[in-house]
Design a binder for this molecule. Structure first.
Ligand code: PLP
Length: 406
């Protein structure tokens, strides 16, 4: 069981007042707040071991290198990856997807195909469009139904020996749909395609075993899992990481450099050019420890309770429509909604005046908004440090917005 008061006491920002009201932070799908252990670990790194890694023989460089590589091991264990060199530190989900999409530029031919889904974040659309433009490959999109659930029968029709990579999110940031990635992976492998999972929204809620899942790439951001901004992880199967060319050239990623020719370092270093976000990589490991101490099962159970509670309360509001699966088991704790006749931005502003942070707009998923023919939604996304009382405050604020804007 999750001790909510104990959990909340570890997040300094949650005691803040916004516009004279207690902060209610419901924008967790955009970024999570940070616990004290993470904030302290950043200062601790700079106060005690700051040095460049993989280079110096001096003591601090060794300490920093050890801490960085320990963090890689921790993340390997967390994902149950087979090897530590399958864990690449990146700047975030966007950076990880671009690394892979860019690498596939050397593997794809004219007429090959890339499959994404109707529920993707722009980060998992645009890099593939750029890849297709460069190679002449074609982009195919798995369609969805009115409940924002992907149509698997249509997906199967898109697959063929031309399909080289399928890139889908595990959980949609705009709607909260949990996609059936096990089936998506299995079917893609039947035609020999690689599968990339955009795990930006699943990493905060679900602990996965990448070997059991059998995905080829699993990519997420540190800042959405209580870690620092500018950090991220790309897990890739050894055979794929060896096949892909490096993304950026520079220091750290080489074996030998002459003016005639450069040979590259082995993975993971081949993909880690330049001085990385050293403190970020180390502290990301601390964030993952923090989440594992609370326990992903506890997190999921608690967040599901919040989802059920908020869904029921919101649906009592006249004219309020929630987008996404009706079955709450197919969703994570994200609620994307509109109130009939009101612009999401206007509602968001009034709610903000009452200290409540929700997201309004297209949530970096314009095609999802185009599908529903709306300019955007109001999105409340809950984390394990939110409470039912906070949801009650949102309901009060929405009633107020309705009466002010009516
Ligand atoms: C947040 C998010 C991204 C982009 O992550 P960055 O941290 O901005 O790189 C990609 N996909 C999904 C599903 C997201 O939620």
């Amino acid at each position: 069981m999750l001790d909510i008061n104990k959990v909340r006491s570890q997040f300094p920002i949650l005691t803040q007042k916004v516009n004279g009201k207690p902060l209610v932070y419901f924008d967790n799908a955009a970024t999570s707040q940070k616990p004290k252990v993470v904030i302290d670990a950043i200062a601790n790194y700079y106060e005690e071991i700051n040095a460049n890694i993989h280079r110096g023989v001096h003591k601090l460089s060794q300490l920093a290198t050890d801490a960085y590589e320990q963090s890689r091991l921790k993340i390997q264990q967390h994902l149950n990856a087979k090897h530590n060199f399958e864990i690449i530190f990146t700047a975030g989900t966007t950076a990880g997807i671009n690394l892979v999409a860019n690498g596939f530029g050397s593997l794809l031919k004219n007429d090959d195909e890339v499959i994404i889904s109707a529920l993707e974040h722009h980060s998992n659309i645009v890099p593939w469009q750029m890849l297709c433009e460069k190679t002449g490959a074609k982009l195919k999109v798995i369609p969805m139904d009115e409940n924002a659930e992907l149509l698997l029968e249509e997906y199967e029709k898109l697959l063929s020996e031309k399909t080289k990579i399928v890139a889908v999110n595990y959980i949609s940031n705009a709607i909260g749909t949990i996609n059936p990635i096990e089936k998506i992976i299995e079917k893609a492998h039947q035609v020999g395609a690689a599968v990339l999972i955009d795990a930006a929204q699943s990493a905060p809620h679900i602990k996965v075993d990448v070997q059991k899942l059998d995905c080829d790439f699993y990519i997420f951001s540190g800042h959405k899992i209580c870690g620092p901004t500018g950090t991220g992880i790309l897990y890739g199967k050894e055979k794929w990481l060896n096949q892909l060319p490096p993304y950026q050239g520079g220091g750290e990623m080489i074996k030998e450099v002459t003016f005639e020719k450069t040979t590259y370092a082995e993975i993971p270093h081949k993909f880690e050019a330049g001085t990385p976000n050293i403190s970020g990589g180390i502290v990301l490991g601390k964030a993952i420890d923090f989440l594992n101490e609370i326990g992903f099962e506890n997190i999921q159970q608690y967040e599901h309770e919040l989802l059920q509670y908020a869904t029921a309360k919101l649906l009592e509001i006249d004219g309020l429509k929630i987008y996404g699966p009706k079955m709450l088991d197919k969703k994570t704790s994200v609620i994307s909604f509109n109130i009939e006749g009101l612009h999401p931005y206007d509602v968001g502003s009034i709610v903000d005046n009452m200290g409540i942070a929700v997201r309004t707009g297209h949530h970096c998923a314009q095609p999802v908004m185009q599908f529903f023919d709306i300019p955007g939604t109001i999105r409340a996304s809950f984390s394990f440090y939110n409470t039912k009382e906070e949801i009650d405050a949102l309901i009060v604020a929405l009633h107020k917005a309705k009466s002010m804007l009516a």
